[in-house]
Design a protein around this ligand. Structure first.
Ligand code: ADP
Length: 427
């Protein structure tokens, strides 16, 4: 909670320290994505569909009505604010709801509606009069399982006969007590225990098996084998569905082992480009100098929201303090914060409104070399959805000038010099 000047109330600043940790922990990143996302991501690429039976007509739907959902579920879908199926759902839903059930491997970036799609499929296939598990969904972590569980609860809000059980660590169960809930969601180890050791679930009665976040799953030691062991216990005719945000070879090999005779749906990630973004650099001597340059920029142009990246937590803290003193509303984001804290910060900021990205320090990889991917990722946050964006790099040494030049060469886009004492050219 920072005191905000009336005049400054439209200026929000988000600061972030170098997020290289991000790549290490895919599950955390995935959870963060889920916590902050409130809508489907915009993706203009074409969905690729590969049908198991190339002679059968390709069905796609433009409305939820066409799917002939149970009224309770249609109500749940609308209550969640969904007006029409997302791009991936247009093709995935008819396949998943078809009779006889079809297997599916689907790949699309996070936020494109995969979870909502398989939740709807599970809820549609359940027979609520039968009091045993019929749908089994495995997720890589406890937290991700809970997030999916929340979606099941929301979408099934008007279908209260369908119950949900969580097979996750800490949920202690006695041997042999039969689970009555029709949907079980959990992590591979606990699900395996519930099926094999404790015999709480009869895997032969499962009709729908969902393996979510396959790419995150196989990044965890042991999960791949556990998933395959679970899959082998399922009956013939059980519908197998596998989802992944990425599709490296390793994910692909795993998917083919888990999902026999699959239909395949792919949606390429939206390319990030620097085409609509104006890039500049500013020459500075010290961090104080950089701060002054920053103030000049704020003084000269109208900035709705800026994202400022620093290399260390210490610099970010210092800068946040200085900016607050100037009356800016600042939110600080850094690597040591837990995922919920980070999500809470990002939620306070409308990332889609970011109009300026400032590299207070240029991005570097862990060896101190240029990191093109991170540069693109940071700068790409401005100029989304066809808006024009602005990126400003602070250069404070010969070395950082060299690094800037490598970014300029790599992306083949000019990064012009900006004189912060004369800022007429950027507006
Ligand atoms: P993914 O599993 O691919 O990451 P989700 O299913 O979690 O994607 O969907 C991302 C966000 O979009 C969620 O907030 C979800 O509620 C919302 N969403 C999903 N499908 C639709 C839809 N058809 N219309 C509007 N919003 C949707």
């Amino acid at each position: 909670a920072l005191a905000v000047d009336e005049q400054e109330s439209t200026t929000k600043t988000m600061m972030a320290t170098n997020p290289t940790k991000r790549k290490k922990d895919r599950a955390t990143q995935s959870l963060l994505n889920k916590l902050i996302r409130s809508n489907v991501v915009n993706n203009t690429n074409q969905v690729e569909v590969l049908q198991r039976d190339p002679n059968s007509p390709l069905y796609s739907v433009k409305t939820f009505e066409e799917l002939r959902l149970k009224p309770q579920l249609l109500k749940g879908v609308y209550e969640m604010g969904f007006n029409r199926p997302s791009k991936i759902q247009e093709n995935a839903l008819p396949m998943m709801l078809a009779e006889p059930p079809q297997n599916l491997i689907a790949q699309s970036q996070s936020g494109t509606g995969k979870t909502a799609a398989f939740v709807l499929a599970m809820l549609s296939h359940v027979d609520p009069s039968l009091k045993w598990p019929q749908c089994l969904c495995i997720s890589p972590t406890y937290e991700l399982a809970l997030q999916t569980g929340k979606v099941i609860e929301q979408m099934g809000k008007f279908y209260p006969e369908v119950k949900l059980a969580y097979a996750v660590r800490g949920h202690k169960m006695e041997r042999g007590v039969k689970i009555k809930e029709q949907i079980v969601i959990g992590t591979p180890g606990t699900v395996l225990d519930w099926c094999v050791k404790l015999k709480l679930i009869d895997p032969k009665k499962i009709k729908v098996f969902v393996l979510d976040e396959a790419d995150v799953m196989i990044a965890t030691q042991g999960h791949q084998d556990q998933s395959i062991r679970i899959q082998r216990m399922l009956p013939k005719g059980c519908q197998m569905l596998l989802f992944s945000a990425t599709f490296e070879d390793s994910v692909w090999k795993f998917a083919e082992r888990v999902v026999p005779d699959p239909n395949i749906i792919k949606l390429k990630r939206e390319e990030e480009t620097l085409d609509t973004i104006k890039q500049y650099y500013v020459l500075c001597n010290s961090k104080e100098d950089k701060f002054n340059a920053l103030c000049n920029i704020y003084g000269a142009i109208t900035i709705a929201q800026a994202m400022i990246f620093c290399h260390t937590r210490k610099t970010a803290n210092w800068l946040a303090g200085q900016l607050s003193k100037e009356g800016h509303q600042v939110a600080l984001l850094s690597g040591e914060m837990v995922v919920e804290q980070r999500a809470a910060v990002i939620e306070r900021i409308d990332v889609e409104q970011v109009s300026v990205v400032i590299n207070f320090d240029l991005p570097l990889d862990k060896d101190g070399n240029p990191d093109n991917e991170t540069y693109l990722h940071r700068i790409g946050r401005t100029g989304r959805f066809g808006k024009r964006g602005l990126a400003i790099n602070m250069v404070d040494s010969q070395r950082s000038m060299e690094i800037l030049k490598t970014y300029e060469r790599h992306f083949n886009k000019k990064i012009g010099r900006l004189d912060t004492d004369d800022l007429d050219e950027i507006e």
